[in-house]
Design a protein around this ligand. Structure first.
Ligand code: SAM
Ligand code: SF4
Length: 316
């Protein structure tokens, strides 16, 4: 369905848990998340029930994210559930730690695409950024995706000053021999990351570090990424600039959290409660329609309006 500004909303991102098996410094507090009572989070059946309503309103793509979606019990059933109600594209954003063991089942259940977050190709640095993650597990996860056909794999990388900017060219070089997409996402000042604001590197600055990268046509006009390629490379490189270049005008997405809160914009503190009305048997289709119609025109990050919620709750 269309919102008040004529944007066609067809993409739902669901954060199915705010828990995670890593503690990336810019995303999660070291102590982890505060415990939410079991009754306050959506069940697998409720996600499917809500997804059916969204599908009838024109949602054709769902991305499952988190926290870490692969730590959520029932994630494979959730994917089968989405497939059975006719969702065409079922994607996931994951840190990849558990993919090595799960890729086969995920593929069989109906997962069509995966984005794997990876901020360093060096074991020690990866462990540092993630507060304990094992790089080899992510690399095994990437191989499993290739083996079971969850392809092409996309890597998501947040580049930060004095952290991993020295690895930028190495990440780009991964695309030379491999048909993968490496996407650089500018650090957004959300939740924990507000403390890392001075580590921000703009994508323009990154591009200047690799002048051989040439722009190519975007594969998807609603994608916030601008794509580039090295000469003769098999894969490609994407840049997502939420800070330095707004893509609000073509935004086609809304978000749902594991507590059943509907967010119209990643950067807004405003949410609409869906879980309570769903459990009370109310017409959530009407609530969703009204919320979509009133989706804000644009974010105001550069004017200093930040969302105070941590990324692991909203899902990135
Ligand atoms: N745990 C999964 C993962 O890491 O892919 C899914 C959730 S995570 C919140 C989704 C993405 O958000 C990751 O690629 C992560 O790097 C990114 N992210 C988290 N905090 C961010 C921030 N402040 N700015 C930009 N990207 C961020
Ligand atoms: Fe976990 Fe993903 Fe946040 Fe890292 S970025 S702490 S893996 S939710």
């Amino acid at each position: 369905m269309k919102d008040n500004f004529g944007r066609d909303i067809s993409y739902l991102r669901i954060s199915i848990t705010d828990k995670c098996n890593l503690r990336c410094k810019y995303c999660m507090p070291e102590k982890g998340v505060s415990l939410v009572e079991h009754k306050d989070v959506m069940t697998i059946e409720e996600y499917i029930q809500v997804a059916k309503v969204f599908k009838n309103l024109g949602i054709s793509k769902i991305r499952i994210t988190g926290g870490e979606p692969l730590v959520k019990k029932g994630v494979v059933d959730l994917i089968s559930g989405f497939k059975n109600i006719g969702i065409k594209e079922i994607a996931m954003t994951t840190n990849g730690i558990l993919l090595g063991d799960m890729a086969k089942n995920l593929k069989e259940a109906g997962l069509t695409r995966v984005n794997i977050s990876l901020d360093s190709l060096q074991e020690d640095k990866y462990r540092g950024i993630t507060r304990g993650g094992e790089l080899q597990k992510v690399l095994d996860g990437i191989e499993s995706c290739k083996k079971y056909g969850i392809t092409p794999v996309k890597l998501n990388t947040v580049v930060m000053k004095d952290v991993n900017i020295d690895e930028f060219r190495n990440f780009v070089d991964l695309t030379k021999e491999d048909d993968i997409s490496v996407r650089f996402i500018e650090l957004m000042p959300i939740g924990e990351a507000v403390r890392y604001k001075d580590r921000f590197v703009s994508n323009d600055e990154l591009l200047s570090l690799y002048p051989e990268l040439k722009p190519i046509d975007s594969m998807d006009i609603s994608s916030p990424a601008k794509y580039y390629k090295l000469p003769k490379a098999k894969g490609n490189v994407g840049f997502i600039n939420p800070m330095s270049c707004k893509f609000c005008g073509t935004c086609n997405r809304v978000r749902l959290t594991s507590k059943g809160q509907l967010l119209m914009c990643l950067h807004s503190n405003i949410h609409i409660e869906l879980l309570k009305p769903l459990r009370e048997g109310k017409d959530i289709g009407k609530i969703i329609k009204d919320a979509i119609y009133n989706k804000p025109e644009a974010h105001h990050l550069l004017e200093g309006e930040y969302n105070s919620t941590d990324m692991n709750e909203i899902g990135g």
